[in-house]
Design a protein around this ligand. Structure first.
Ligand code: SF4
Length: 308
């Protein structure tokens, strides 16, 4: 127990599973999103940035191989030789012709330093032929899929213009589970009109649906998003760091230790972030969460039994 980490971070998972540190390189596969191109809506989720919530990804327009090289250069000093996960991050990375998806996924996998894929998408963009492709890849390579759920509160989902009901998330998780494809669920803390326990209930729900991991984000108000209008009209309560830490710790306490924690705060871009500015000091946010876990002597999963 002494050396056990307070929570099961992705880093922890990689070291325990592969015996080494593994980085992710973020790629832009040139996609758009049905919530932006007019198929479902032209407005997108209210928090979505101009780059489709992938502000640090490789350069759109460059080949996948060139983007991997470009991203590897950025981490060259701290990570000159190890393996990486190719992370298709921007917009909806299964929203395209299946042959195009096959081409870019396998292009990434053919890079000698890429040991697996992470694919971020919407649960309504996992048609059967795409699931078949993911199944094929999953049988030969390390793979996870990321689903932008954000909340199980249907009213809040409408306010943020998510454009799919909770039942669509459930169906997607059933398809992924049936093929043993790991998935990660994105959860945002601080959405407009959310109830105090919504983030916790969303996390618990995702575990019940079989999520392998969670990404916990703090709601960022970014320039040129629809959320900026909410902010300018004083329609949104800006979270204090203490509140965010408290809610995050509660989630960790209640999720089983098997759930891999991919993220505990957002990656703010200082050029575009309007609020909350305290989130730019990511190290401080993570330290505050660790400190709170220590103060309360909480390990991930300590409260897990309470909802079984
Ligand atoms: S689903 Fe993703 S890419 Fe599409 S609008 Fe929402 S956040 Fe942006």
């Amino acid at each position: 127990m002494e050396n056990r980490k307070r929570y099961n971070s992705l880093d922890n998972y990689f070291k325990n599973t592969f015996g080494e540190k593994i980085y992710k390189v973020s790629l832009d596969g040139g996609f758009t999103c049905p919530n932006r191109d007019g198929t479902l809506s032209t407005k997108g989720c209210i928090f979505c940035s101009e780059r489709g919530s992938g502000d640090f990804a490789g350069s759109r327009g460059k080949s996948i191989n060139d983007q991997i090289e470009e991203q590897l250069k950025l981490i060259e000093r701290k990570f000159p030789t190890g393996k990486v996960i190719a992370y298709f991050q921007n917009f909806t990375n299964t929203y395209g012709d299946v042959e195009y998806l096959r081409k870019i996924y396998y292009e990434a996998l053919s890079h000698p330093r890429v040991m697996g894929l992470a694919i971020a998408t919407r649960p309504d963009c996992l048609q059967d032929e795409i699931i078949d492709l993911l199944d094929e890849i999953n049988k030969k390579h390390f793979l996870w899929v990321e689903l932008g759920l954000q909340t199980i509160n249907e009213e809040v989902a409408k306010i943020i213009n998510r454009q799919y009901p909770l039942s669509t998330y459930i169906e997607a998780t059933e398809k992924l589970n049936s093929k043993n494809i790991k998935f990660v669920t994105h959860i945002i803390i601080g959405l407009p009109h959310e109830k105090e326990d919504d983030p916790l209930n969303t996390a618990i729900f995702s575990e019940k649906c079989g999520t392998w991991g969670v990404k916990i984000h703090l709601l960022h108000i970014i320039k040129n998003t629809r959320l900026e209008e909410f902010y300018n009209n004083n329609e949104i309560k800006i979270q204090k760091k203490e509140e965010y830490v408290k809610k995050t710790v509660k989630i960790l306490e209640n999720l089983s230790y098997n759930i891999v924690i991919h993220r505990l705060t957002g990656d703010g871009n200082k050029e575009t972030l309007i609020s909350p500015l305290w989130s730019l000091n990511k190290r401080d946010v993570l330290n505050s969460i660790e400190k709170e876990l220590k103060n309360q002597n909480i390990y991930q999963g300590d409260g897990h039994k309470s909802w079984e």
